[in-house]
Design a protein around this ligand. Structure first.
Ligand code: XLS
Ligand code: NI
Ligand code: NI
Length: 437
């Protein structure tokens, strides 16, 4: 199967010394790292939208690359994209993919026509999945591109817009289930506001939660046993996005009793836009039992928007993989490359080189995170830092028997407490030694 990228071979692992651009230097799918194969630990996924749809258009200019895959009308374009996508996954050894409803088939004149187009392409995807042993990691509905959603979808002030969004979600969940998807994502692109002068925040949040509750109920009714995810993002396109970051999103999910069915899909670039590190967001999700999936990319810290670059920063991937290993690894989720090549990287092989860069950066991050975990120094150091809480008094705090009186009596019996050094610089140097030593 080499129809769309005839010049690209199957990408193989050649090891770190290789200078062959079209080879993996660190990602060796079948190699066991920390108890599982690299393929199982990393669960890489292809994003349909960036890989098969985005062609370089930005605010100042049009496409720089060709994503028509040699086709013309809507139906043949949808098939060509699917064919190209599966060829790309095959050549890179990627097992999963993710899509928005509108990525796999363009929108028609009416809702019925759009659904018909989806009904045409979904069996094609099902067959390709079967033939090539690929799986759908998650599906989602694009509730942000069409102008009807300019004031929001689940938070729109207009009932007919809200109902349209409901219809779109209904269909998107149906096709996700049909294709065996293990996840369904809510990213609230337009779910936010620009000014309180025209916004009833409470109503909008109540409506959004009701839509998510209905979606959960419908999904469970038609046999969806996977996870629903919310993908936090602080800004862009809206000034105030309701799902600002992991903590804000968890508060929303808890307030509307959606935790459990809903977990988080953490995106690296969204974390940094929120003023957090990627690992911070992963940790917040994990300690709340809501670690679900990851949109793997990286932002440019000098720019204030979602640049969705392929991840190559090995410190970031190492610290992220450390969080993922400590969270027990993926269950239904995986690492979806929500990333696109830079606008001037416009040759078809640039897509492959970009995926290789991202997969290798995460593979190296996994190798280093496993090395750090297996060395045990950082874990032991952390344990020692909190060791005083292992005393009887410390335990009484967690079992609920401590009182302010009991703690005050203890404090009064003791000399002035000594605060220990955090030794951050030493730990950072040790991290370097563990990574590069
Ligand atoms: C945009 C989001 C989007 C979601 C899916 O910033 O990352 O791509 O992942 O709707
Ligand atoms: Ni994303
Ligand atoms: Ni994004």
């Amino acid at each position: 199967m080499s129809q769309y990228f005839p010049q690209i071979p199957v990408i193989r692992y050649e090891g770190p010394a290789s200078r062959e651009p079209l080879s993996f230097k660190y990602y060796n799918a079948g190699e066991t790292i920390h108890g599982k194969t690299m393929a199982e630990q990393l669960r890489f996924a292809m994003s349909y939208w960036h890989t098969l749809c985005a062609a370089g258009t930005d605010m100042f200019g049009g496409d720089t690359s060709d994503k028509s895959f040699g086709s013309g009308d809507a139906a043949s374009l949808a098939r060509a994209k699917a064919g190209a996508g599966f060829e790309l996954m095959n050549k890179l050894g990627i097992e999963y993919y993710c899509f928005h409803d509108r990525d796999i088939a363009t929108e028609g004149e009416t809702l019925a026509e759009t659904s018909r187009r989806l009904d045409e392409i979904v069996p094609v995807l099902a067959e390709l999945q079967q033939e090539h042993g690929k799986k759908l990691l998650w599906g989602t509905a694009n509730l942000f591109a069409n102008k009807r959603y300019m004031n929001g979808a689940g938070t729109s002030p207009r009932l007919d817009v809200y109902a349209y969004a409901a219809a779109q979600i209904k269909k998107a969940i149906e096709i996700t289930v049909e294709l065996g998807g293990r996840g369904y994502v809510f990213w609230g692109g337009r779910e936010g506001y620009e000014t309180l002068l025209n916004t009833d925040m409470k109503k909008e949040l109540d409506h959004l939660a009701a839509l998510m509750t209905m979606s959960r109920d419908y999904g469970r009714k038609i046999g969806f046993t996977g996870d629903f995810y919310v993908e936090p993002k602080p800004k862009e396109p809206m000034k105030h996005q309701y799902d600002f970051d992991a903590a804000t999103t968890l508060n929303f999910l808890r307030a509307y009793d959606l935790l459990g069915d809903f977990k988080l899909n953490i995106e690296a670039n969204h974390a940094t836009l929120a003023g957090h590190t990627f690992e911070h967001e992963l940790r917040v999700a994990a300690i709340n039992g809501a670690f679900g999936s990851v949109d793997a990319n990286q932002g440019d810290l000098l720019l204030g928007w979602d640049t969705d670059q392929f991840p190559t920063n090995v410190y970031d991937t190492t610290l992220a993989m450390l969080e993922i290993l400590r969270a027990g690894g993926f269950t239904n989720g995986g690492l979806n490359f929500d990333a696109k090549t830079r606008r001037p990287s416009n040759r078809p092989e640039d897509i492959f080189l970009a995926y290789i860069a991202g997969m290798d950066a995460f593979a190296l991050g996994l190798r280093l995170a496993a090395r750090i975990e297996e060395d045990g120094f950082l874990t032991e150091n952390l344990k020692q830092r909190y060791a005083s809480f292992d005393s009887e008094l410390g335990r009484s705090i967690m079992d609920g028997t401590a009182t302010l009186e009991s703690l005050a009596a203890y404090a009064e019996s003791r000399p002035e407490p000594v605060a220990d050094s955090g030794a951050q610089e030493y730990l950072e140097a040790t991290l370097n030694q563990l990574m590069f030593g």
